[in-house]
Design a protein around this ligand. Structure first.
Ligand code: FES
Length: 367
């Protein structure tokens, strides 16, 4: 029975015979979850096997995904899904370990800071216990290590260190010999996330230089400045990676731009998706999901992905922030506003990202 339940083809056949439906997960997951949460098919189940305190407000969750999870490259992100009080929540986090940990031990880590008012991060800190199972998406993202050795500069702030930890440990394990500098901005030394791992890397990896800047510990706040960059040898030849709060990333981009660093040598990854201020009154309209034969009336600043889910459809998605393009879909008519840019689409047929597209008037989508 279990091997039948573990086989998607068999489930599809059974779902077709019993319910004339092709989406077996929606029917069988509740049954599978009651037998063993690791058997569900709609997402890859991952069991929490350890929880480690990093700082007063940050914890590392060690997860053991089911073997069918496809792995990741250093610097990538994953979506997780968690049911809280009967409501499913999806969030995107960076993996904080090296892919070797997954290959050798079958585990991965998410290092997560408690956000003020954050429904999911607070629940994870307060309620998630060892042995609990959550859903894990496949990894995505382009914040990746260079293919060939070249000098690197990482600038990270706060919990933006998480993909950087993954990259640094991977580079060190690959015996990356070009100079690598990390400028890491935290409020106080006690807020350094992954402190043991960073200090251990500094000890054992000669190419690595670590500078921790505790912004709130001086007489005046210590922000990223030209003096930090002046101390990086051979800066103009470095490939640069930023991850942190938007203010730090914008400042780093400006300072490096004025030093003539080519923008193609700068890589950054999100912390949270920027959002254009959209006038609510202009938004919404009749949305038709053509293939599903479902019509919905939407109003206000609600993206097509959320509208489809509220209509009990299950479009594919990844980051829900306009980054991964996994939710891309054909709009066959109507105008949508891109939530990130505030720009309007054309009225005709084109590819859109459901997670950041808000209807402005009637819209039809090939879903
Ligand atoms: S879900 Fe990633 S771009 Fe829409």
């Amino acid at each position: 029975m279990l091997s039948l339940l573990e086989n998607n083809g068999a489930l599809r056949w059974l779902g077709k015979q019993l319910f004339n439906r092709e989406d077996p997960a929606a029917f069988f997951d509740p049954l599978l979850a009651s037998i063993d949460p690791m058997l569900v098919r709609q997402y890859v189940p991952a069991r929490v096997v350890d929880i480690v305190d990093e700082t007063a407000d940050t914890r590392t969750f060690v997860l053991q995904p089911a073997p069918r999870w496809q792995g990741f490259a250093a610097g990538q992100h994953v979506n997780i899904c968690i049911d809280i009080d009967g409501v499913r929540h999806n969030r995107t986090f960076s993996l904080s370990c090296s892919p070797r940990q997954w290959q050798q031990h079958g585990t991965v880590t998410l290092t997560i800071k408690r956000l003020p008012g954050g429904r999911v991060t607070n629940w994870m800190h307060d309620q998630l216990t060892i042995g609990t199972t959550l859903g894990l998406g496949e990894a995505f993202g382009e914040f990746l290590a260079p293919e060939l050795p070249e000098p690197l500069l990482f600038i990270a702030g706060g919990s933006g260190i998480t993909p950087v930890l993954s990259l640094l440990e991977t580079l060190a394990a690959d015996d990356f010999r070009a100079p690598v500098t990390l400028l890491y901005f935290v409020r106080t030394q006690a807020d350094v996330i992954g402190a043991e791992r960073l200090y251990a890397l500094r000890q054992r990896w000669p190419a690595f230089t670590l500078t921790v800047v505790a912004t709130d510990e001086g007489r005046t706040p210590q922000y990223l400045s030209d003096s930090h960059l002046d101390a990086v040898p051979g800066l103009s030849a470095r490939r640069c990676y930023f991850c942190g709060p938007k203010g730090l990333m914008d400042l780093a981009g400006d300072l490096l731009y004025h030093r003539g660093i080519d923008e193609h040598r700068i890589h950054s990854t999100f912390f949270s998706a920027p959002k254009a201020a959209l006038p609510d009154a202009d938004l919404g309209g009749d949305v038709r999901f053509e293939r599903s034969n479902v019509s919905v009336e939407a109003s206000g600043d609600v993206a097509l992905l959320e509208i489809a889910e509220a209509a009990r459809l299950s479009p594919k998605y990844g980051c829900r922030m306009g980054i991964c393009h996994q939710c891309s879909c054909r709009k066959t008519s109507g105008t949508v506003i891109n939530r990130l840019t505030g720009k309007a689409s054309g009225p005709g047929e084109e590819s859109i990202q459901l997670c950041v597209s808000v209807p402005q008037g009637p819209v039809t989508v090939d879903l």
